[in-house]
Design a protein around this ligand. Structure first.
Ligand SMILES: Cc1ncc(COP(=O)(O)O)c(C=O)c1O
Length: 456
């Protein structure tokens, strides 16, 4: 018998899930309706149809527990899914922990992150409805890369508003998107009123996801042939990402295990939703599992934000949504995990957090990079800076198990690889990264501008 062990657990394409899981069907009570940004009345389908494909609007509000994945998307998924689930045995050994650490790796597809799972679905539904052009924003660049690939596959034009600080930190992200035919615009830009209104008082603005969203929405509203796509936050985006957790559940069962704790990093909430919602369903049906979101202390939406109605963007063009928020004009410091620099959160994740069904933790970027290098040197994969927040929480859990002298099964989502983030790793290794904790006064100021809404 061979002594060689494979620490990965695979599913075949035949064993892959054929439906996405809609967490909304199992929430203790429904999420509050989103409101029109001007009338502040509950949003109607028609309000969204100016910028979204109707199939995506239907998914956004669907009461169905399971939504079948169209065969064409399953065929495209089959080029890189099911993604592997791996046991981090070298990391366990390094930490000398009795805990078992599993990670679900989403960085092996051409875009390098979980964002591909929804990019393919969004491009597919827009193509079916005859859309010729998509406008979007990107923070770290991962989402922009994924949508550029998907748009090219479906022969749709793609305009990407990229948060300026990331545009400057990651020049090869722009090249990558352009290789697939996308046009990439540093945001804030002079192309939109939303961008100009930020640049007038602050011509050197770093930008933020909130501003880039405003620009992309304004672009889509101004053109008949263009729809808008978002890489996180929305219910249909969380829905598409549940393929991650559905696969992980089956892979854990194959390994003869079930996690005591499930961890995802948290920006707008999509990879966290993806890995955790299927396990949350299990929790709600009586199985024991803790669920943890890990976020940067420089952008502490779940740990220091408030649960309130707020705009998803900076220019107040998007619906007002009940969610955890730091205030829509919150300007996060230019940290290197650009994908986590968002003031708000998925309404479903927010609801679960508000109901006490999950926990959130925050870490500094130096803590996350230290965890990233520990992981990389043990397991060989260089993680995306965003994913490193999940790694840090997983390492803490493993060390706590060691301290308590107990076994513990930990599952985390390794949402992407860090191959485009080497300048961030250089800065970390040179000791140049600052740990910025968000100032209480600035936080109070940005929260004081929350919209006034009846029954809030
Ligand atoms: C690799 C990676 N992980 C996580 C995130 C955070 O986004 P979300 O919370 O939607 O998963 C991003 C966002 O760009 C990302 O690129």
């Amino acid at each position: 018998m061979s002594k060689i062990k494979d620490h990965r657990v695979f599913l075949s394409v035949e064993e892959a899930p054929t439906s996405w899981y809609n967490m909304q069907a199992d929430l203790p009570s429904p999420i509050a309706p989103s409101l029109h940004p001007v009338t502040k009345k509950p949003l109607q389908k028609e309000d969204l149809s100016a910028i979204f494909a109707s199939a995506l609007i239907a998914q956004e509000n669907s009461p169905e527990r399971y939504i079948e994945i169209p065969e064409e998307i399953r065929q495209l998924y089959a080029a890189y899914r099911p993604s592997p689930l791996s046991r981090a045995t070298a990391l366990e050994k390094l930490l000398d922990t009795p805990a078992k650490i599993y990670y679900k790796y989403e960085g092996q597809n051409p875009a390098g992150s979980h964002k591909m799972n929804t990019a393919l679905a969004q491009a597919y539904y827009n193509k079916l409805e005859g859309i010729k052009r998509l406008a979007t924003e990107t923070g770290a660049g991962q989402w922009g890369c994924a949508l550029s690939i998907a748009a090219n596959l479906f022969d749709i034009e793609c305009a990407v508003y990229m948060v300026r600080v990331s545009y400057e930190q990651k020049p090869y992200r722009r090249s990558f998107m352009e290789c697939y035919g996308a046009s990439v615009i540093p945001s804030p830009s002079y192309l939109t009123e939303a961008g100009r209104s930020v640049l007038r008082p602050d011509p050197a603005s770093n930008g933020s996801l909130g501003i880039a969203i405003s620009e992309a929405v304004e672009d889509a509203l101004s053109r008949e042939d263009t729809n808008y796509c978002l890489g996180s936050v929305l219910n249909h985006v969380a829905l598409h990402q549940t393929i991650i957790g559905e696969e992980a559940l089956r892979q854990m069962a194959k390994a003869g295990d079930f996690p005591d704790v499930v961890i995802g990093c948290h920006g707008g909430g999509s990879n966290f939703a993806g890995i955790s919602f299927p396990f949350m369903r299990e929790k709600l049906s009586g199985r024991k599992v803790r669920i943890i979101a890990s976020e940067p202390s420089a952008c502490p939406t779940l740990t220091r934000g408030v649960y309130a109605y707020d705009y998803a963007d900076n220019a107040m063009l998007t619906p007002i949504t009940m969610m955890y928020t730091l205030g829509s004009n919150f300007m996060p410091p230019g940290i290197h995990s650009g994908g986590l620099r968002y003031h708000g959160a998925s309404p479903i994740v927010s609801k679960l957090h508000h109901e006490g069904l999950m926990k959130a933790r925050s870490y500094t970027q130096n803590q996350s990079f230290e965890a990233a290098l520990t992981f990389a040197r043990a397991e060989n994969i260089l993680p995306a800076p965003e994913s490193s927040f999940a790694i840090k929480a997983a390492i803490d859990e493993a060390l706590a198990a060691k301290e308590a002298g107990e076994s513990r099964t930990i599952l985390f989502c390794l949402s992407g690889n860090g191959l485009f983030d080497l300048s961030a790793y250089d800065a970390y290794r040179a000791g140049q990264l600052k740990d910025i904790s968000y100032d209480e006064g600035l936080l109070r100021e940005s929260l004081s501008a929350l919209p006034k809404v009846e029954n809030d």
